[in-house]
Design a protein around this ligand. Structure first.
Ligand code: ADP
Ligand code: MG
Ligand code: MG
Length: 888
């Protein structure tokens, strides 16, 4: 039979910290603290398995549960010398939720459960303090009604406020027993009015009501949203903890508090926290009274005159210090603890590994290695790779003046300047022309995704921290200020106004997504640096990892940034991005306009592009000197380089002297119903050999030039996109080899190079054994491989993938985190079959997934040689690769 209930308290427990999956974080740590002999009020945990069983069984409990709960409750009562529901000596409990990962979306804790009109008398008598008993009862009615019965807390707050006003009282602590009595009767009346039935007096009803509310809250909207944002599977379930109450509201020798064993924002090794005398539960964080400091030093630094705990309760404070040190030593990590003092006796109510900023995480990890508490490998495992993002965005120069014209929410960190645009389409056009823009919208929707991606930053006037704009911007790493309510956008007039200032389309603004500021004009930015603790941890990470980390980059600036962040080469240089620059696009269009069979005209245009491409590649080879560089030959369909609308075509035709009718006709010829699956990738190379020949020549000539300049040999890796069959690669490789032969002959130099392919079509993965006969390396292009495996277009997916997530069909967006079951299976097949043919074949990944820690772990497990990601994600990938190597 399954055991659903685990007890703790009195120096022992049925579970321990290792039972986190079963008992939830809170329950497992309460058990662990009990086992350590720390003062923990006794209680029991109903397991996460019960939560799953409850949902699997139509929200019904297994029949044996109530017996197990009764027995556990009896045991708790015997330890504290009380009995649940007893009118002479009642046991009171708290009911606390506790999932595996801490989840703010879950039900709030209910305290003082077991109080009713009968037991309240006993509590008053036993404590000798009627006021305390009534204070506990009014808290219980409010909390229980709010979180279990759904009577909003404002009903109760209103009653209390009115009472205080009528009686000219300000602080809760000024209210007498009689005052509370009166308020309680108002509270009960309010519940009866709202629900049509009285506040539950049966303590068993109270208990099961609270337990069911915790399990019910596992699937409320708040919890669902949180789970989705943090990739917590619904199958995990939550546990429920029922624990004997201790009282921090029993007068001036009682208190409640929260603490961190080190400073969670800086990581400094200082005991950090707050407490409140004569208070209960969340009073400390609720902001009703100002909490006091724990240590004397922090009180002095804060300039406060209210005594610190160190000064007000020196003895208990001493015990707390001993305990926090013991806990930190035991868990070997910074702890976030909750405690209560009841009439001079200290009780521990919670401990967990404390949340911290990325900066603090780095400092604590490095300090703990210095202190001999953890090894450098453990330090590497302590820092969440994704959190490094906080430290990797450009920030505004703090010394530069800022003309702040509006403030909104700091929705996505980092800062950016650019010209104001009001539509996603316009943002994309500007990006293609190499212009930097800030997309300004009232709010964004999935149709704006491509524009958000094209923009340097996003500003919205509506929406909160979890609005579409905020979530998407964070995901893309674009700075975002959301909900800047004072900004008035006029789409028709292409302006926005704020505080008498009018900003037109094209005007430059700056947004600071870390502060929520909107600034007029450009503000200089500072590039993030890898130094101090960050650099130290990266060295340890590099020692631990097996996979190499490269970058996806085509501009010198990106390549330089990536190298500074430790990139070990370029895994993907997309040559088409080089075609869009203003002076080149004309030549590119000339090439495209050449008729299908007019090879000569195409050649003339390509000859104009050749020196520019050569220069691009030479720059990259120099920046990446000594490191491998993979260059992908032209991939997108040609019509992407042509103007789109008739008006634009006329404009382009006039400017470049091309015949407008011809331009339109060619655009018409090139039109495709499904460009993603159309005439692109190596198919272009098959149709127009001259294009790839020109690119190969540019690469070879650049490699010779760069090698001469730097003195380092260059071994370019030429990558053919969208190969589905070996035959395609055979034809194209032969042409590249022929070009190499020509260049060798012309220059008298010997060339070293590799020719390989992207594996981005399911057929290519399946045919990897054959393709590897020709290909010297594979790079898994998991963006397209995900599109073609799922048959989902990435650009349109946002419209329906969210429904899939909402309905629990998928847990993660497969474009963000590699789908290990389907796409991953194809990658695995590609790896195995490729290696079987060519044992030393180089294997890497160059999709967006290369910078996603979860996907990096997958890459390690299938034995790839390297991952490649955008420059700012390189440190994240280095750390993720190290963690994967340590965990495999
Ligand atoms: P959260 O998950 O939000 O931290 P908790 O379950 O830790 O919620 O409860 C919040 C607070 O309620 C605790 O910090 C503690 O002050 C108080 N509390 C919970 N259980 C008890 C108890 N058995 N006795 C006294 N106070 C309690
Ligand atoms: Mg807590
Ligand atoms: Mg592709």
């Amino acid at each position: 039979m399954t055991k659903w209930v685990y007890s703790f308290g009195d120096g022992k427990a049925e579970g321990s910290a290792s039972d986190r999956n079963l008992l939830g974080g809170k329950g497992a740590n309460l058990a662990e603290m009990s086992n350590l002999g720390l003062p923990v009020p006794p209680g029991f945990t109903i397991t996460t398995e019960l939560c799953t069983a409850y949902y699997d069984n139509n929200r019904q409990y297994p029949s044996e549960l109530s017996g197990e709960v009764d027995a556990a409750l009896e045991h708790v009562g015997s330890l504290v010398g009380a009995k649940f529901g007893d009118t002479a000596n009642p046991l009171l409990v708290s009911v606390r939720s506790g999932a595996r990962a801490s989840m703010p979306g879950m039900m709030d804790t209910v305290l003082n459960l077991g109080l009713n009109d009968e037991t309240i008398g006993a509590l008053a008598k036993l404590s000798g303090d009627e006021r305390f008993a009534l204070d506990s009862y009014r808290r219980f009615i409010q909390m229980y009604s709010d979180v279990v019965l759904g009577v909003d807390h404002y009903h109760f707050e209103e009653i209390l406020e009115t009472f205080k006003e009528d009686n000219e009282l300000t602080l809760d602590t000024e209210l007498t027993a009689d005052n509370w009595k009166e308020i309680i009767s108002h509270y009960k009346a309010a519940v009866e009015r709202e629900l049509g039935q009285p506040f539950p007096q049966d303590v068993r009803d109270q208990l099961w009501g609270a337990i069911s509310a915790v399990f019910g809250s596992w699937r409320n909207d708040r919890a669902d949203t949180y789970r989705r944002l943090h990739n917590i599977p619904e199958s995990w379930g939550t546990a429920v903890n029922v624990q004997a109450m201790v009282f921090g509201n029993m007068g001036d020798t009682s208190a409640t508090g929260v603490a961190f064993t080190r400073d969670p924002s800086t990581g400094a090794k200082e005991f950090y926290g707050e407490f409140l005398i004569n208070a209960q539960g969340e009073d400390v964080v609720a902001g009703i009274r100002t909490p006091q400091n724990l240590t004397k030093q922090s009180r002095i630094e804060a300039g406060s005159n209210d005594p610190s705990m160190e000064e007000a309760m020196p003895e208990v404070f001493g015990q707390l210090v001993d305990i926090y040190k013991k806990l930190e030593g035991h868990y070997r990590d910074m702890q976030d603890i909750e405690f209560t003092v009841q009439q001079g006796k200290l009780w521990m109510l919670q401990t967990r590994n404390g949340k911290r900023t990325a900066k603090a995480a780095l400092k604590i990890a490095c300090d703990m290695v210095d202190e001999g508490l953890i090894t450098s490998n453990e330090a590497v495992l302590r820092v969440e790779p994704g959190s490094l993002d906080q430290l990797l965005h450009p920030t505004l120069d703090p010394d530069a003046p800022r003309n702040v014209i509006a403030t909104g929410l700091p929705a996505s960190p980092g800062a950016a300047s650019g010209a104001v645009v009001f539509t996603a389409e316009h943002a994309v056009e500007c990006m293609q022309e190499g212009k930097r823009v800030i997309l300004v919208r009232i709010e964004t929707s999935p149709e704006d995704i491509h524009g958000m991606h094209a923009a340097e930053g996003i500003l919205t006037t509506r929406g909160g921290m979890t609005s579409h704009a905020a979530v998407v911007a964070r995901g893309m790493g674009r700075p975002c200020v959301s909900g800047a309510g004072t900004v008035r956008v006029d789409y028709a007039g292409k302006t926005f106004t704020v505080g008498g200032e009018t900003v037109k389309e094209g005007d430059v603004i700056t947004i600071d997504g870390s502060k929520g500021q909107v600034i007029l004009g450009e503000v200089p930015t500072l590039q993030p640096e890898l130094s101090g603790d960050f650099a130290k941890l990266m060295v340890w990470a590099d020692e631990a990892r097996r996979m190499k980390v490269r970058t996806n980059a085509e501009t010198p600036a990106d390549a330089e940034t990536a190298r500074k962040f430790g990139a070990e080469g370029i895994g993907l240089c997309r040559t088409e991005h080089m075609f869009f620059e203003a002076e080149r696009i004309v030549a590119v269009r000339e090439m495209i306009l050449a008729d299908e069979h007019d090879k000569a005209s195409r050649k003339v245009a390509l000859d104009k592009i050749l020196p520019m491409q050569r220069k691009d590649f030479a720059d990259l080879f120099e920046i990446m000197s000594g490191l491998p560089v993979t260059i992908r030959l032209l991939d997108p369909p040609l019509h992407e380089f042509l103007p789109q609308t008739d008006a634009e075509m006329d404009e382009v035709a006039a400017a470049s002297g091309i015949d407008a009718a011809k331009l339109k006709q060619r655009a018409h010829e090139l039109h495709e119903f499904n460009p993603m699956l159309g005439h692109r990738g190596c198919r272009l190379g098959i149709s127009y050999p001259e294009i790839y020949e020109m690119q190969a020549r540019a690469i070879f000539e650049a490699s010779i030039a760069a090698a001469e300049k730097t003195g380092e040999p260059v071994t370019p890796e030429i990558m053919i996109p969208l190969v589905a069959m070996k035959q395609e690669l055979d034809v194209l490789k032969a042409r590249i080899v022929a070009v190499a032969g020509e260049v060798e002959k012309e220059t008298g130099k010997k060339l070293n190079y590799l020719v390989g392919t992207m594996i981005e079509l399911p057929r290519a993965a399946l045919q990897a054994a054959q393709i590897a006969e020709t290909a010297e390396f594979f790079s898994f292009g998991t963006n397209d491989l995900t599109q073609t495996t799922y048959g989902i277009s990435r650009d349109d997916a946002a419209m329906f993938l969210k429904n899939y997530q909402d309905q629990g069909l998928i847990e993660q967006d497969p474009f963000v985190s590699l789908d290990p079951d389907g796409v991953g299976e194809l990658v695995k097949i590609g790896v195995e079959r490729g290696r079987a043919t060519r044992s030393d074949i180089k294997l890497g990944i160059c999709g967006e997934h290369g910078g996603d820690p979860e996907s990096v772990r997958f890459c390690e497990s299938v034995g790839l040689d390297y991952v490649s990601c955008s420059p700012y994600r390189v440190p994240i990938a280095r750390l993720a690769a190290a963690q994967s190597a340590l965990q495999v």
